[in-house]
Design a protein around this ligand. Sequence first.
Ligand SMILES: *Cc1c(COP(=O)(O)O)cnc(C)c1O
Length: 360
Amino acid sequence: MTIGRVRPAVAAMPSYRPGKDAKQAEAEHGITDAIKLASNENPMPPIDAVVAAVSAAAAGVNRYADHRATALRAALAAHLGVADDMVTVAPGSSGILQQLFLTFVDPGDEVVYPWRSFEVYPVYTQLVAGVAVTVPLGAGHVVDLDAIAAAITPATKLVFIANANNPTGTAVSTEALAGFCEQVPDDVIVCIDEAYREFASAELGDPITDLLPGFPNVIVTRTFSKAAGLAGLRVGMAIAHPELIASVDKTQAPFAVNALAQAGALAAIQHHDEVDRRVAELVAERSRVVEALAGQGWPTPPSEANFVWLDTGANTDVWFVELEKRGVVTRPFSGEGIRVTISTPAENDRFLAAWADVTS
Ligand SMILES: *Cc1c(COP(=O)(O)O)cnc(C)c1O
């Protein structure tokens, strides 16, 4: 029985199933000490300044938060070197992505993105009854920008490029993206999803300085979930032309970024040196893990994020379970590969040892 006349687009959708956590894996396999390398979270607890700011803000939650998150937006704008009206915030960058669909996509409109890529793109496309146009990744699991440009039609409203791409970790330069944007009609919105911005090499360029001035149809999204380690608080941001930001802002639920989230994100910006140090540690660990994997005969695509991609093909499901039995929970993509989050040195060693064991 169904209660109410659920929209066909929603009725056809699967329910969201988050990745398994360590506790579930322990119960399933009768083990202890499992570690979760499945969701690209930051393994380190939030910096002290964030915990203090969130605790202090808790005393004021009888009041609604500032709907416009004025202080947070201003701090972000100053930090990024853009005008205040070029920045907005949302509950996670997934929140911004959903707002982009609500702003631009009517039923039947086309949304173009590479595949495999971030899993919310197909979910949100279906939610608004849009038409997903997926373009296979090119050589080396890198986004094929020419093929994406060729897939754009008069029905296309939105294009998503996750840079770095989740789950393969590969990224393209802003020079390549500028060449791509030249081929995109002015009235098609290009979202550069930079959830892993802080983990990428500076040589790839910065779309805020390299793309936004020339392309008012480009919107850049970033998040406090990964580098700043605030996944549980839910704060993401978008940077774009003020008119585009104003359109996207209309679709936000009232007071969507809650008071604790605003306070925590603000503290993370004010103490970004500490966040940057942690990111540098994770990037160094990424190099170490990548080298160790290559030493085990497992070269990985160059990662510009806090995870690595293992091309496990037909062995994916079996090896994923074998890793899990050894207490290492990763993210499998059946028949394709396994995504492994870079963590602390001790947890990365656990993974490397388990991987050697499983694949030997
Ligand atoms: C993790 C991730 C996000 C968003 O995460 P939020 O927690 O919603 O900010 C967005 N895009 C990609 C590609 C991601 O991997």
